[in-house]
Design a binder for this molecule. Structure first.
Ligand SMILES: [Zn+2]
Length: 224
């Protein structure tokens, strides 16, 4: 009798476990999400772009995307121990229209703020607050400089590689990475160049906004 009750409890627990995975619907530009999960505000080597935006529910993703992102940050603690990272807009808990973005509708799109170094060469966060539209108003020059900050291409390339490796490990893929085509050649001067060329699709065409202060990643996870 005891055994039976235990089995039922275990069964219910397992049911609950599987129900906790998110389900995405449609596409990144016309879709929705069921059971979206929020990214933590911070971790050892990363933070959210804004507590206000987190509170406003703008940092939800598909549960698989969350686990890929968090595992990638954990990998970077080892591969790039001195670098710090900041994520930005992702989407709403239930997906759907996410202004001003054209995509970000089914939990599979994530924006990350571009990693930078300061004038002393240390890894620091880009400033993000309401006055600079949470960082999105920042404009880098054609080489990747902005007010004493320099794009940290090594840290950026390492992050894309970590995301890709974690996606693969979990049986998924990265569909595309959008980053200013004019700045992409610098990524291909890092030690991650070969991996990026072999495995990652970097956007070739210009998108509706310049992706210099942030890069956009779409994950490839089956949706209904
Ligand atoms: Zn985006």
């Amino acid at each position: 009798m005891k055994f039976t009750i235990l089995s039922i409890i275990l069964f219910l627990f397992t049911m609950k476990g599987s129900a906790a995975e998110s389900i995405c619907f449609g596409t990144t530009s016309n879709g929705s999400l069921k059971g979206g999960v929020q990214l933590p505000r911070e971790g050892k080597n990363f933070i959210s772009y804004s507590h206000i935006a987190s509170m406003a529910g703008r940092t939800y993703v598909h549960s698989k995307v969350r686990s890929i992102i968090l595992n990638a940050y954990a990998d970077l603690e080892t591969s790039q121990p001195l670098k710090v990272y900041k994520y930005a807009e992702t989407g709403f808990e239930e997906g759907g229209k996410f202004r001003p973005h054209k995509t970000h509708q089914n939990g599979l799109s994530v924006d990350f703020m571009t990693p930078v170094t300061n004038s002393s060469g240390n890894s620091v966060h880009l400033p993000t607050h309401p006055l600079n539209k949470f960082g999105y108003d920042i404009e880098f020059d054609d080489k990747g400089y902005y007010e004493g900050y320099a794009i940290d291409y090594e840290a950026l390339a390492a992050h894309i590689v970590a995301l890709h490796k974690e996606a693969i490990k979990q049986g998924y893929e990265i569909w595309r990475v959008i980053f200013d085509p004019k700045l992409q050649p610098y990524l291909l001067k890092t030690k991650y160049a070969k991996y990026l060329k072999d495995h990652v699709q970097l956007s070739k065409k210009r998108s509706w906004v310049r992706h210099d202060e942030h890069y956009h990643v779409d994950f490839k996870i089956p949706c209904q």
